[in-house]
Design a protein around this ligand. Structure first.
Ligand SMILES: [Cu+2]
Length: 69
């Protein structure tokens, strides 16, 4: 059973940011899909174990797109 979360990511400012977030997150084991939105500045991630919210958020911090809230 997978979980879907949406995070606000204020550092998204262009299509390159969207591409970076999507391509990095999809590499994390357990992440099923990633849809980042340039206009809304958010990302919706569907995942299952072994991925969890802590790992996803840590990855976003490491690529300098920290999630807010
Ligand atoms: Cu950008």
């Amino acid at each position: 059973m997978s979980t879907k979360v949406t995070y606000s990511i204020p550092n998204i400012h262009c299509g390159h940011c969207v591409h970076t977030i999507q391509s990095e997150l999809i590499e994390l084991a357990g992440v099923k899909s990633v849809k980042a939105d340039q206009m809304l500045r958010n990302a919706t991630i569907e995942f299952e174990a072994p991925a969890d919210e802590d790992k996803i958020k840590a990855l976003l911090v490491s690529i300098e797109y920290p999630a807010v809230g």
